[in-house]
Design a protein around this ligand. Structure first.
Ligand code: ZN
Length: 310
């Protein structure tokens, strides 16, 4: 069993528009945009990152906005719901705020004794706010969201699967422990992990998901550094997983592999971080391009990347 993985690093989804996506995460949820760059593998599409002040691993929701992309169709083999942690007692405030912003899909829920508020993102993305006791992370504040209610980062993701057995086994190999199963949901966590150390596996018999706007593209797990990432890569490959080589994403190094349940997993390093190429005070403001795409800047800005008004 691996001990290098500490919980979630980031969750990456697809959107249909950059402006609506930006507005939802910054002006409604009150997160900070910590990076405005492009999809390194398809640079005509933005890659937008939202999180706490510095984009601490375990707080970072990221998006590829494909203009006018069709919505995904929810199903099995995907990350269903991404849950953010908020302080105890914060949900009534959030319910009023999300109602004011005409956010869809609001629903009061209880899961494993926790009080949650489910809601939809701008493309029908499935989210929840979860009241969490003692989450000591310092939140980003502003846009009318004060520290007593602000999002602390991720609490968990929920994968929807036809059969949770193989994915559960994989997660336990990655360092997770099974906490509890209720009805069709199994909860796992990493002891001693970061504050985003929970994964729920929901077993349902439904057709496979079709990815599109509002779908999670992949979920990334955090390791401290490149040495630990190589240890994880070797262990996964020795177990039979097909893992990509280490890829430089400028703000972290990444490896990817497909899970038995169909979900794309990434293992990403906590180093070097989002302040690698801009000051913490100005994170996310300028369009940052990786060296290999810098020569495309004028073309990308004039033809492909919609201007985002903050
Ligand atoms: Zn990623």
């Amino acid at each position: 069993m691996l001990t290098q993985i500490k919980g979630l690093h980031h969750v990456t989804s697809m959107a249909s528009g950059a402006q609506s996506n930006n507005d939802f995460f910054t002006k409604v949820l009150g997160l900070r945009r910590v990076k405005k760059t492009v999809n390194f593998d398809a640079p005509d599409v933005y890659h937008l990152y939202y999180g706490d002040e510095t984009g601490t691993p375990g707080t970072v929701m990221t998006y590829f906005p494909f203009p006018r992309a069709a919505r995904g169709r929810p199903g099995t083999g995907e990350v269903a719901t991404t849950a953010f942690s908020v302080p105890l007692g914060a949900l009534p405030w959030w319910k009023e705020r999300l109602t004011t912003f005409d956010v869809k899909g609001l629903k009061d829920e209880t899961r494993f004794g926790e009080t949650r508020l489910g809601f939809d993102g701008p493309d029908g993305d499935s989210f929840a706010l979860v009241e969490t006791d003692g989450d000591a992370r310092t939140p980003w504040t502003g846009n009318g969201v004060s520290a007593d209610v602000a999002i602390r980062g991720f609490q968990s993701t929920d994968m929807r699967l036809r059969d949770v057995g193989a994915s559960s086994e994989l997660l336990r190999f990655m360092g997770y422990e099974t906490l509890e199963t209720r009805d069709n949901v199994t909860r796992l966590h990493i002891p001693g992990g970061n504050a985003a150390n929970v994964i729920d596996l929901t077993q349902v018999s439904a057709p496979p998901a079709a990815q599109g706007a509002g779908s999670v593209h992949h979920v990334a797990f955090a390791v401290e550094d490149r040495a630990r990432q190589l240890e994880v890569r070797k262990a996964l490959m020795d177990t039979g997983y097909q893992v990509t080589p280490v890829i430089d994403r400028d703000y972290f190094w990444a490896i990817y592999f497909r899970t038995p349940g169909g979900v794309l997993f990434e293992v990403a390093t906590n180093e070097p971080g989002f302040d690698r190429d801009e000051d913490t005070a100005h994170l996310g403001q300028a369009l940052k391009l990786p060296t290999q795409h810098e020569h495309l800047r004028d073309q990308l800005v004039s033809r492909y990347l919609e201007r985002i008004h903050d």
